[in-house]
Ligand binder design. Structure first.
Ligand SMILES: Cc1cc2nc3c(=O)[nH]c(=O)nc-3n(C[C@H](O)[C@H](O)[C@H](O)COP(=O)(O)O)c2cc1C
Length: 416
């Protein structure tokens, strides 16, 4: 017998019983709205919205979900372990207040242009390297690169696990800026060949990602068990390879690799980074810095810039958010090299907070993938432009006419 029936037996009060039923209803996820950190996306409405109706990055996510298979969705949507870090990356933005300006500036007077490592940008927003875009939409990496260029020449870093060869992507958007990312591989001859290939294709800067050492995407593993193609860290749809990427084929998933601890990404040493530094002709960026000590080591070993990133919660669960880690890294780096930031950015106000905490620029990961998967190249462009305009709007409201005005005095930080 359930609680309610029992209460009818033991308590003759009809009013008390009705109150209990009402209490159960209120707690039910069916009857009450789920707790939301951000407003419910318009795209959750039963009619699929058009591109013109998109109001925020969150509107694209449900359309992305509807457009692709479960395994393709899972590969982008999920992260390591219990996904605490994935959630914390988002929540941390809520723990920083923006202080409204007594003297706001008109949005038309906000100029957020800057030069980082020789690249002149109108907005401090870059495209993070993310794998296998062709699985999201046939426009793939070429569409994303064109979208970036159309959106005020946003710089794109091509993933080592690109779905389209670097030689095809680089010429796809004349006038655009394409840099490349690379995962360490122990063999120096292979490393040299991979880096030469990227540089010969026109990528003037190499980003070396050091955080993807032993990741574990349970959802992707599950998809594979159900017949999907997600191997360890491998996006569904195969690999095009800008450079030799580390993810093994699903057939190789035995023993340790079955749990995603493959041989590919797990290895790097700072001596190896010294060797890579000599191979990279332009700026070398080290991506995946989470702690001040590693930031200093990266600089000591030749990094011209670092990306403060936890791979969007994909490399290690139960780490803090990148936003919480940023201030200590900024203090340690003390202006020696420019600092880029990613993980969790979905709004212009998020970007404002990262800049106020000392980042010189930010990179978009999942948000841009939602746009590409929802509407192809046009969707990706729209997301980038939305975030650019939201950033301008936030800067205007906070009284910041230029990038250097965006600093600690414009925010209140509620985490310690
Ligand atoms: C589906 C997916 C694939 C990714 N592939 C790569 C990659 O190949 N190389 C890399 O350095 N980072 C990769 N990343 C990490 C991103 O560069 C970036 O750090 C992360 O997406 C930022 O978090 P966010 O998506 O929450 O914004 C990937 C991220 C996602 C979501």
């Amino acid at each position: 017998m359930g609680d309610i029936e029992r209460s009818w037996l033991t308590n003759p009060s009809r009013r008390a019983a009705i109150a209990r039923v009402a209490g159960l209803m209120a707690a039910s996820p069916i009857a009450s709205a789920a707790a939301q950190i951000d407003p419910r996306p318009m795209g959750e409405h039963r009619r699929a919205l058009s591109l013109a109706e998109m109001q925020s990055a969150f509107d694209f996510e449900p359309l992305f979900f509807g457009n692709v298979s479960q395994s393709v969705y899972d590969y982008t949507g999920h992260a390591d372990g219990s996904e605490w870090t994935l959630r914390r990356n988002r929540q941390a933005f809520g723990w920083v207040d923006i202080l409204a300006a007594r003297n706001p500036v008109p949005a038309s007077q906000v100029d957020l242009s800057s030069t980082i490592l020789g690249y002149n940008s109108k907005f401090p927003i870059w495209m993070a390297p993310t794998a296998q875009m062709v699985a999201l939409n046939p426009d793939g990496e070429m569409g994303m690169f064109r979208a970036c260029t159309a959106a005020s020449n946003t710089l794109m870093i091509l993933s080592a696990n690109t779905g389209t060869q670097v030689e095809q992507v680089a010429p796809a958007s004349p006038g655009g800026t394409l840099w490349a990312q690379y995962y360490p591989q122990e063999n120096l001859t292979t490393t040299q060949a991979s880096i030469d290939r990227l540089q010969n294709a026109g990528c003037q800067s190499i980003t070396v990602t050091i955080d993807q050492t032993a990741s574990y995407y349970e959802r992707t593993l599950q998809d594979r068990n159900l017949g999907g193609r997600g191997g360890r860290g491998a996006a569904p749809g195969g690999r095009g390879g800008a450079a030799a990427g580390p993810a093994p084929a699903p057939a190789a998933l035995t023993g340790a690799a079955r749990y995603r601890i493959g041989a590919g990404r797990i290895w790097y040493t700072w001596q190896y980074i010294d060797a890579v530094r000599k191979m990279v002709k332009g700026p070398m960026i080290i991506k995946g810095i989470d702690q001040p000590e590693d930031a200093l080591l990266a600089i000591q070993h030749g990094a011209d810039s670092i990306v403060v990133s936890n791979h969007g919660g994909r490399s290690m669960d139960y780490g803090a958010s990148t936003l919480e880690n940023l201030p200590a890294i900024v203090a340690a780096v003390n202006g020696k090299v420019p600092i880029l930031f990613d993980s969790g950015i979905r709004r212009g106000s998020d970007i404002f907070k990262a800049l106020a905490l000392g980042a010189n620029g930010v990179c978009l990961g999942r948000a841009a993938r939602w746009g590409l998967a929802a509407f192809g190249q046009a969707g990706a462009q729209r997301i980038i432009e939305m975030l650019q305009q939201e950033l301008v709007q936030t800067a205007a409201a906070a009284g910041c006419a230029k990038l250097s005005d965006i600093n600690r005095s414009k925010i209140k930080v509620n985490f310690v």
